[in-house]
Each structure stands twice: as structure tokens, then as C-alpha cells.
Design a protein around this ligand. Structure first.
Ligand SMILES: *[C@@H]1O[C@H](CO)[C@@H](O)[C@H](O)[C@H]1NC(C)=O
Ligand SMILES: *[C@@H]1O[C@H](CO)[C@@H](O)[C@H](O)[C@H]1NC(C)=O
Ligand SMILES: *[C@@H]1O[C@H](CO)[C@@H](O)[C@H](O)[C@H]1NC(C)=O
Length: 375
């Protein structure tokens, strides 16, 4: 008898402790809006062509010198890619020789990056806010709050032909280190905003967004596309014409969680997918699983479940054309296409991935193999 008692205590105590922890923990995730989302077993958007092993044949650019190069901005005139790393450095990568030069350090965590219309570089720095870095390398803060609410995770940025800057704050509650908690909590703390350099005014365009991430001004300059990571969608906010001020869907039910979106100048937007849909589709559905996850994350650690990260290409209307991904790739954060090469940024890898898409193209999927693709 005492033996069984002892045994049950050994097994039960941790369970009881866990239940207490669960009950007492103040982290209370909210249900995601079901009516706006695909159901957990709904197949993702059909993409006609794919390369499911994009790491095969890919090269590593700047290996060891670019810790987690999140977003990539190409300068056509100089042949240089600008990218921000987790050590705060903005680096310049000379493409013809793959030479990496550390340019300036923001002292924060540069994420979204875009070339301005006066030779400057505009950076969405997760810690600092929206920054302007002049040609000479002088860093100036443009804005770090709107409507009395400070940014906590300035994330994506793009610029219109008129010089207006569009950017996102993914969350005004959680910073970059805590960003998983934002996804687990399931409340919309993100905002899409604009910054007007002529008036130095910051305007909130869309509020209550779920982890507002990548931003791209449309080719015809009539709307701004912005991605909502946990919702697996990108929306458009009209900045011109009869629908000015309205929000519409650009693409939804993506086969992964979107990060940055970039236009290639040839009819395609490239949307980085941090991870495939599984297991996020299940975790998202159940608030209690997200609560357990949140507790584990803060007290122990959670296993890495991300896989099948990559990039999806969509046309001007948001229709998918090609999907590049790999089972061993996760937390890819940007994709830009330069000539025959696709370049991918990442928030974990210490290099940029380069793939020759003429040599390793996405090919048509036979309908039978669709099943495997969905899984
Ligand atoms: C690479 O480009 C730079 C700048 O355009 C140029 O100075 C350099 O000679 C080029 N190197 C090669 C190997 O083409
Ligand atoms: C950034 O700073 C440069 C140099 O002061 C200036 O020419 C440029 O207009 C600024 N850009 C923005 C968007 O504020
Ligand atoms: C990409 O691959 C194709 C086919 O192998 C090759 O002809 C082409 O030169 C490569 N492009 C570049 C930029 O290396």
C-alpha cells in the first residue's frame, strides 16, 4: 500500500502541479475568428507549380557573416543587396562577388528594409521604430508611436513612388523576443501605418491586425498589400481611387505563415512563408493548446515544429503561380527574385539562400500527388 501511494504521488504530483500552473497562469489566449479562417483540415490554396526541395542546388551567400538576414532590398544600379541582421548591422552584399560589408549598426534589430527615393534606406527596426539611414550612413528615427501607442515590433516597410512610407507594427504588446506569445495569445495588436516625410506625420491606416507583417505597395500604386502572419493571408488597403480607405483580400489560405512580400518587377510578388500550415492550423484552433504552449515557452522551452518554410509567388491579382519550399527550411522571412536567382532571407540561418530557378524550377503538380502536398 505505501508503495502504491508513493508511486501515485510520484506520478500525480507533477500532474497536479501542472494543473495548478495552468489554472493560476494569467496568460489567457483568445479564440481566433473562426469565420475568417480556413478550418484546420481544409487544404491550402492550390498552387499550380512547386519545388518541394528548394534547398537542393541552393547556395549560401555571406555564410557566417549575416546572422539572420531578415529582409532583403536590392539596389539595381549598384548590384548590392541591403539586409539587416540580428546583431543590429545593416550589411551590403555585392552580388557579383558575394562580398559582405558591414555598413551601419542601428543598435536595435533591423527587419523590413527598402530603398528610399532620395538614395536613403528606410528600415523597420523591431526595437527602435521606423528609421531613415542617409547615403552617408547617418541614422535618424522617423517615428516610433502613433495615436499615443508606442510600437513594440516595427516589422515590414515599403515606399510609394510619391515618397510616402507604409509600414507595420506587428504588435504593440509583445516585442520581437516575445513574438511567439503574440501568435499564441491570438489577439490583434498589429497596425498598418503610413509616414509622410513632408509633414513628418504618422497615420494609422488599419488597426486590430493579427501580427501585421510584410508590406508592399502595389505596382499600380492604388493599394498597399500587408500580410497577417497567423491568419495565413495578405490584404490590401486602397490608397487611391473610388475604394480609397477600404480593405480587401489579396490572397488567403496561404500554404504557410507569411512574412515579407516583395515585387520582382516581372509580374510576381514573392511572399516568404515562415513555416508550412501544420501544426499551426491545429494549435491556432484551440486556445487551451496555445495556453499550454505559452506556459511551456516561458518555463521550459517548446520544441521546434516549423518545417516546409519557403516562398510563394503570386501574380498581380494575388493568384498563386509557384511555391518553393523545403522540409528542412523554416523561418524563411523574405524572398526576392533577381534575374534567374531567388534570394531568401531568414530569421535563423546565418546566410542568404540563393537558388537558380531556371535550373531548379517549380514544376506542375500531378493531381494525385496533391494529397501528399496537402499533408
Ligand atoms: C562587381 O561590381 C562592382 C561594382 O559595380 C565592380 O566594381 C566590380 O569590378 C565587379 N566585380 C566583378 C568581378 O565583376
Ligand atoms: C532621409 O534622410 C535624408 C537625408 O537627410 C533625406 O534626404 C530624406 O528625404 C529622408 N527620407 C525620409 C523618408 O525621411
Ligand atoms: C541558371 O541555370 C541555367 C540552367 O542551368 C544556366 O543556363 C544559367 O546560366 C544560370 N544562371 C545564372 C545567373 O547563373
Amino acid at each position: 500500500m505505501p508503495n502504491t501511494l508513493w508511486l501515485s504521488a510520484v506520478f500525480l504530483l507533477p500532474v497536479i502541479a501542472a494543473i495548478f500552473l495552468y489554472q493560476l497562469d494569467t496568460f489567457e489566449p483568445a479564440p481566433y475568428p473562426n469565420h475568417e479562417m480556413p478550418t484546420p483540415n481544409q487544404p491550402p490554396l492550390f498552387v499550380p507549380r512547386r519545388n518541394s526541395h528548394m534547398l537542393q542546388g541552393s547556395e549560401r551567400i555571406g555564410e557566417g557573416q549575416l546572422p539572420a538576414p531578415e529582409d532583403l532590398a536590392f539596389n539595381l544600379e549598384t548590384g548590392v543587396i541591403y539586409t539587416g541582421s540580428e546583431d543590429g548591422w545593416i550589411s551590403r552584399v555585392q552580388l557579383n562577388e558575394s562580398v559582405v560589408e558591414k555598413w551601419v549598426n542601428t543598435g536595435g534589430r533591423p527587419l523590413g528594409i527598402v530603398h528610399g527615393i532620395h538614395g536613403e534606406v528606410i528600415v523597420a527596426d523591431a526595437d527602435k521604430g521606423l528609421l531613415n539611414i542617409s547615403k552617408e550612413g547617418i541614422i535618424k528615427l522617423l517615428t516610433d508611436e502613433a495615436e499615443g501607442l508606442k510600437f513594440k515590433l516595427t516589422d515590414g516597410v515599403d515606399i510609394g513612388h510619391d515618397g510616402l512610407v507604409y509600414f507595420t507594427d506587428a504588435s504593440h504588446k509583445y516585442n520581437l523576443k516575445e513574438h511567439i506569445l503574440d501568435l499564441l495569445e491570438g489577439r490583434p495588436y498589429g497596425r498598418l501605418m503610413s509616414y509622410d516625410p513632408s509633414t513628418q506625420k504618422t497615420r494609422v491606416l488599419v488597426r486590430d491586425l493579427y501580427f501585421a507583417n510584410g508590406v508592399a505597395v502595389s505596382v499600380d500604386q492604388t493599394y498597399v498589400i500587408f500580410c497577417e502572419t497567423p491568419m495565413r493571408r495578405c490584404k490590401k488597403y486602397y490608397i487611391q481611387g473610388a475604394r480609397k480607405g477600404f480593405v480587401d483580400t489579396f490572397v488567403e489560405n496561404l500554404p504557410g505563415l507569411p512574412d515579407n512580400i516583395r515585387y520582382d518587377g516581372e509580374g510576381q510578388y514573392w511572399i516568404a512563408l515562415a513555416t508550412g500550415i501544420y501544426p499551426w492550423n491545429l494549435i491556432q484552433k484551440y486556445a487551451f493548446i496555445r495556453k499550454v504552449n505559452g506556459i511551456l515557452l516561458r518555463y521550459i522551452a517548446t520544441p521546434r515544429l516549423e518545417r516546409n518554410g519557403g516562398v510563394i509567388a503570386v501574380d498581380l491579382d494575388g493568384k498563386p503561380t509557384a511555391h518553393y519550399y523545403d522540409p528542412n527550411l523554416f523561418l524563411s522571412s523574405s524572398g526576392i527574385k533577381i534575374g534567374e536567382h531567388l534570394y531568401c532571407g531568414s530569421v535563423v540561418l546565418p546566410y542568404i539562400i540563393r537558388l537558380n530557378v531556371s535550373q531548379y524550377p517549380a514544376t506542375e503538380i500531378a493531381s494525385l500527388r496533391m494529397l501528399i502536398y496537402i499533408i
